[in-house]
Design a protein around this ligand. Structure first.
Ligand code: GPW
Length: 788
């Protein structure tokens, strides 16, 4: 019997008995599901063991509340973490299938927009790897982030439908359900506030186990689905009113129907507030239920429960926990506030004013009347203890969720050193002065299991051969690669891995009508489309480069493929214009017979986690070019550096820390820093000045304005040459210079690879394992344990 037999038998058994499929008729999806069930079987025991151990040890549990979990596919991650990849490969080989093909059948679970949601997913995996007892809590959106396609270069949005097939990873828990109310009124009953909501929905739990590296520990991701209190109105149905009979159900389900497609801008919609309260309230009730099943003294709560708020989206947790403790558990208000604060902590992910959530007091009174009373009380309580200061949780008729979350948290963290520093100096300046111990930094990280081990098998194989495999759970061991940067044979193999990844990507592009030269430099900017991320700076530089090549087609140019990927929020007009321009420039440049062997633009539609896993291992240049002071951290930047891409970037977010670690000589820096940005903005006519001073920029803008790439781009030209809040014009000249430095460096392939090796070798600090340990030590005071 070969070692794969048990596993193989399980796959075949699931195909037959769980899916009811005969081997002879099984399709790719059937095989994928059979494999998923067989892998899932192997998660259940460690999952139970973890849960039991956490109970037995009376361990403190961490609860990570997030509106978004951008998980992507789960099968490969789980298979890798259980060490089953080779077996699975061999089994499917025998069955006559390509494992890769089977894995790629899984839909990409896009229950998030971008960095914030992906960070939550990396954190879940790291907490399981470390053995930190934890639950992720969020919403089980029926429809994740929309599918993007391009029509005549413009973004089209189609609904995403990941639940339209068997979802192998979740367990429905109809017995774990809570009634969540909205609206209604608050009455005083003998000095006690009694809230009677006017409507209610049921939050029902769905659990997904998240297995850590080597299957030692598994935590739970618990997502809430909204269901009606009463399935349907039989009376109305029997009376022939079929629509009316189903109305209540449809309305209730709306709450978990769709993920809001906004990223760093707040829509301010009533439904969004309902979603936030819905999952936060259900999670808190679940947390209290679990706590009360083990302990009776509520004063123990902060010793046993740490609740992390992923941005302000779950910030209503402050007042809701106070309400549960005070109104429902009869603690004194001051005690309820103190206990809640000692359980809660809050991560801030942006300083952009338009992204700081605020809800009108009118809406709050209407939807959450008791919470509004408590917010007034919490605010007053805070004002009382600091009578000389004016730091309100309310302003201009709005509840300010940042200050509310700050006030109700014992720790508040930023996500990179620069961002945390700016938090202290800007949005939370006054609150920081009052509570100088409260703000701490936890620089973001990414899980090396998914972003190196699984996504880049060629590189991970090479690393493991060179230094053993301990790096997978102790990423700073990559340092051991540093001396190998000077080893010609190692560099050659590193280069070979990168070239093979590039060849795979070139193949993928060519199958999608985007032929590219696999020997050209692969220059990648993948992230949400946003003004502050400045994809328009990148495309203007592309235009200027194209014009320069056309001027001198015989020049010594470095062939390049400019790769873009990303979605725009459907209502974000300017971002959509940028997408249109990139596609229009791609059409023009790619069709230019004089330059297309030297410069191509590739913009694959529907960028998602799965596409990122394909692009990042093949990237050579990572574009991290946001206006300094605007990108809180970035996490893509870390994935690139780990996979041996060099960064061209500003001193923004975690770029600063990447550059410090990999070395300034291995990083292409350009542009103004955060304080220069502020000063520059005060210069009247800064954009016009910059354009006047740089004929290349002027010419690129002229080409756009005069219709070289078609019509409809006045908005972008007017913005860059007018108000230009994000200083595209002022940073252009230095960006162009840095891009030429990149080319000079790239010409010496061997020196380039040396720099790439050093990027990989010195990026080990960016593991989300390190980040989670930081949260555990500084914020949660939680300890890792081993399952028994
Ligand atoms: F606005 N981020 C995000 F702060 O992806 F809430 N979506 C969001 O809605 C917000 C932030 C919010 C990102 C940051 O832009 C990025 O810089 C950071 O690396 C990431 O969150 C994770 O911290």
């Amino acid at each position: 019997m070969s070692a794969t037999n048990g596993f193989r038998d399980d796959i075949l058994r699931h195909l037959k008995y769980s899916l009811g499929k005969d081997e002879a008729h099984a399709q790719r999806t059937d095989w994928r599901l059979a494999l998923s069930f067989a892998v899932r079987d192997r998660i259940v025991d460690p999952w139970f063991a973890s849960t039991r151990t956490a109970y037995a040890r009376q361990a403190k549990r961490v609860y990570y509340l997030s509106m978004e979990f951008l998980i992507g596919r789960l099968l490969e991650d789980a298979t890798v973490n259980l060490g089953l990849m080779d077996q699975a490969d061999a089994i499917f080989d025998e069955l006559g299938f390509d494992l890769k093909d089977v894995l790629s059948d899984e839909p990409d679970a896009a229950l998030g927009n971008g960095g914030l949601g992906r960070l939550a997913a990396c954190f879940l995996e790291s907490m399981s790897t470390i053995g930190c007892p934890a639950y992720g809590y969020g919403i089980r959106y029926e429809h994740g982030l929309f599918k993007q396609s391009f029509h005549e270069g413009r973004q089209m949005e189609a609904p995403e439908d990941w639940l339209n097939q068997i979802h192998a990873w979740e367990f429905e828990r109809p017995e774990s359900a809570f009634r969540i109310g909205f609206g209604g009124e608050v009455r005083d009953e003998h000095g006690r506030a009694v809230w009677t909501p006017s409507e209610a929905v049921i939050a029902e739990a769905y659990d997904t186990p998240i297995i850590g590296w080597q299957g030692r520990w598994a935590n739970t991701l618990r997502l809430w689905a909204a269901k009606p209190e009463n399935m349907f109105d039989l009376g109305r149905f029997n009376a022939g009113d079929f629509y009316g009979a189903a109305e209540a159900e449809a309305l209730a389900r709306t709450i978990s129907r769709v993920l809001y497609p906004d990223d760093t801008t707040d829509e301010g919609k009533r439904l969004r507030l309902k979603q936030e309260f819905f999952f936060t309230a259900a999670s808190l009730r679940d947390i209290l239920r679990r706590f009360k099943s083990e302990y009776s003294d509520l004063n123990l709560l902060p010793k046993k429960v740490a609740i992390q708020l992923n941005d302000t989206h779950p910030a209503i947790a402050g007042p809701e926990l106070v309400r549960l403790l005070h109104d429902e558990q009869n603690l004194a208000l001051e005690d309820a506030i103190a206990i809640a604060r000692n359980c809660l902590s809050y991560t801030n992910h942006t300083l952009l004013p338009e992204a700081l959530e605020r809800w009108s007091e009118g809406l709050m009174w209407d939807l959450l009347p008791r919470h509004m009373q408590l917010i007034e009380a919490i605010d007053a309580d805070h004002q009382r203890s600091h009578p000389d200061r004016k730091v309100a949780m309310r302003g201009d008729g709005d509840v300010l969720m940042g200050p509310l979350a700050f006030g109700m948290a014992h720790k508040v963290n930023g996500v990179s050193a620069l961002h945390t520093d700016l938090m202290k100096k800007t949005v939370f300046e006054e609150l920081h002065r009052l509570h100088p111990e409260r703000i701490v930094n936890q620089t973001n990280g990414v899980t090396p299991r998914r972003w190196v081990q699984a996504a880049n098998p060629r590189l991970s194989g090479l690393i493991t051969e060179a230094i053993g495999d301990a790096w997978i759970e102790d990423l700073e061991q990559l340092e051991k690669l540093v001396p190998l940067a000077d080893d010609a044979a190692f560099r050659e193999r590193f280069d070979a891995a990168k070239r093979a990844n590039k060849a795979d990507l070139a193949q993928y592009f060519s199958e999608r009508d985007m032929p590219v030269d696999p020997d050209a430099m692969f220059d990648v900017q993948i992230k949400r489309i946003h003004e502050y991320k400045r994809q328009h700076l990148n495309i203007l530089e592309t235009i200027a480069l194209w014009q320069a090549i056309r001027d001198d087609p015989q020049g010594d140019w470095v062939p390049r493929v400019k790769i873009f990927g990303g979605k725009a929020a459907p209502g974000y007009f300017f971002a959509k214009e940028i997408i249109h321009l990139i596609n229009a420039v791609a059409d023009k440049i790619n069709a230019d017979p004089d330059t297309s062997h030297l410069l191509k633009v590739a913009y694959p539609a529907n960028y998602n986690v799965t596409l990122a896993e394909r692009l990042i291992p093949a990237a050579e240049l990572s574009e991290q070019i946001s206006t300094a002071g605007k990108e809180a951290s970035g996490t893509g930047n870390m994935k690139f550096s780990l996979n041996g891409a060099l960064t061209i970037g500003t001193l923004d977010g975690a770029n600063v820390e990447i550059r410090n670690l990999v070395g300034a000589e291995n990083f292409f820096l350009f542009g103004m820093d955060a304080s220069e940005v502020v000063a520059r903005r005060a210069v009247e006519g800064h954009a016009a000045q910059a354009i006047e001073a740089d004929p290349r920029l002027a010419r690129a803008l002229d080409a756009v304005r005069s219709g070289t790439f078609g019509e409809g781009f006045e908005g972008i030209v007017d913005n860059v040459s007018g108000h230009d809040y994000f200083l595209v014009a002022s940073d252009f000249t230095d960006f162009y210079r840095a891009q030429r430095d990149v080319e000079t460096a790239y010409r010496d392939r061997d020196a380039w690879i040396r720099m790439a090796v050093l990027n990989t070798a010195r990026s080990g600090w960016f593991s989300s394992d390190r980040t989670i340990r930081g949260y555990m030590d500084d914020i949660w005071h939680a300890r890792a344990i081993a399952a028994e």
